[in-house]
Design a protein around this ligand. Structure first.
Ligand code: NDP
Ligand code: MG
Length: 386
């Protein structure tokens, strides 16, 4: 029996993880669940999966939920303490980190310290704190398995190979809803346009990150940490059909890829059951005759210059990826609220990066401090413009 805790169970990845748990009831037990405030869905999940511990970040909502589930043997916690309690719950073997944003850093670190294996969806965690998390995983001898589809594809394409023979990674990108747009046409796009992804149904933040292509910059940094690579060993390749989820090129020129329909349940299930492959009872299979063609193009880094900024932040290293990521989190939320335009996202990120003095090996406190300073810096610019 696999004992699994999910941080962010009410989100896109969380819900799909529970769909797999439902299919594999006899193999997966849910020990703990965490959400921010969606207690309606969390209550349903508690009633179906019967975890012994849950946490709702919002304190008022946690109180409401406590009342609603009085009839069940479940403890309801709140705040960051509650999230950490769920991340370190004693009987759990694997924690699925499916919260969105840097808020996932602390619980992920605490879960690793408590010896839990990690199925990692929360990429912002590695982007900002990879230099803390990766050595900690080694020290604690825990497995950190990728859930992100590209990273799962790379991981699958590395199985059985000699790691020393790896030449480079081809990280695929759909190009998002605005592929082919010009910079000036992007100025006018609205959140509702950006929230329509052509291939994937995901949470709002990552959907906007896909539209700006900043998601790919985050994924390049995530891949560099996960697979111990230099950034220049990772090439971003636009592949609009999202069938090839990424590829590994070896020294002999051979390229191994993982293919499948764009459905996150596959990489989630692979991470949960690795090294076993289980029957996938949900969704469809690839029908190549119907797809007919797979196409590729270079990313347009001038138009989608948030991608270029992210690769620059990754190259500079130290605390710069934290600034890049925090600036992105803040501007994406403001864009969704309608307070800033789409192209203000990279513009403001660039300003935050220009304003920052790099700290080479930031501690956790420094990372969290820089995060807050970056939020304040950008909010200051937005306010002064209005
Ligand atoms: P969603 O926005 O759909 O879900 C986020 C989840 O995190 C929700 O359960 C939310 O709770 C919870 N949450 C948010 N803030 C807090 C907080 N402060 N404390 C506790 N819980 C919190 O996001 P996604 O599922 O799309 O993405 C999750 C992560 O996975 C992201 O890092 C994303 O980049 C990554 N990822 C996602 C993919 C996808 O297909 N969706 C693909 C690859 C990676 P509530 O519902 O109550 O707000
Ligand atoms: Mg991805």
């Amino acid at each position: 029996m696999k004992k699994i805790a999910i941080l962010g169970s009410t989100g896109s990845i969380g819900v799909q993880t529970l769909e797999i748990a439902r299919e594999y009831k006899d193999d997966i037990e849910i020990t703990a669940l965490v959400a921010h405030s969606n207690i309606e869905l969390l209550e349903q999940q508690i009633r179906e999966f019967r975890p012994s511990l849950v946490s709702v970040y919002d304190e008022d909502k946690a109180k409401l939920l406590r009342d609603k589930v009085r009839d069940l043997p479940v403890r309801v916690e709140t705040g960051m303490e509650g999230t950490i309690a769920c991340a370190t719950e004693a009987s759990t073997d694997t924690v699925v980190t499916a919260m969105v944003g840097m808020i996932g850093i602390l619980p992920t670190i605490e879960a690793i310290k408590a010896g839990k294996n990690i199925a990692l969806a929360n990429k912002e965690t590695l982007v900002t704190a990879g230099h803390i998390i990766m050595p900690l995983c080694k020290e604690k001898n825990i497995e950190l398995l990728p859930v992100d589809s590209e990273h799962s594809a790379i991981f699958q394409s590395l199985q059985g190979e000699n790691r020393k023979s790896l030449q480079r990674i081809l990280l695929t990108a759909s190009g998002g809803p605005f592929r082919g747009f010009t910079k000036s046409s992007l100025e006018a796009v609205k959140a509702e346009d950006a929230l329509k992804h052509p291939n994937w149904a995901m949470g709002k933040k990552i959907t906007i990150d896909s539209a700006t292509m900043i998601n790919k910059a985050l994924e390049v940094m995530e891949a560099a940490w996960l697979f111990d690579l230099e950034l220049d060993q990772i090439e971003v390749l636009v592949h609009p059909q999202s069938i090839i989820h990424s590829m590994v090129e070896y020294v002999d020129g051979s390229v191994i890829a993982q293919l499948g329909l764009p459905d996150m349940r596959l990489p989630i299930q692979y991470a949960l059951f690795y090294p076993d492959r289980m029957n996938m009872k949900l969704g469809e299979r690839v029908d190549f005759a119907r797809i007919k063609q797979l196409t590729f193009e270079e990313p347009d880094m001038d138009t989608f210059y948030g991608l270029k900024l992210g690769l620059k932040a990754g190259g500079l290293g130290g605390s710069m990826p934290t600034v890049f990521n925090a600036a992105n989190e803040w501007t994406v939320a403001r864009f969704i609220e309608g307070r800033i335009g789409f192209m203000d996202i990279p513009r403001l990120i660039e300003k935050a990066m220009d304003n920052h003095q790099i700290i080479p090996n930031p501690s956790l406190d420094e990372i969290l401090n820089i995060e807050q300073k970056t939020y304040d810096f950008i909010e200051g610019i937005i306010e002064s413009a209005n």
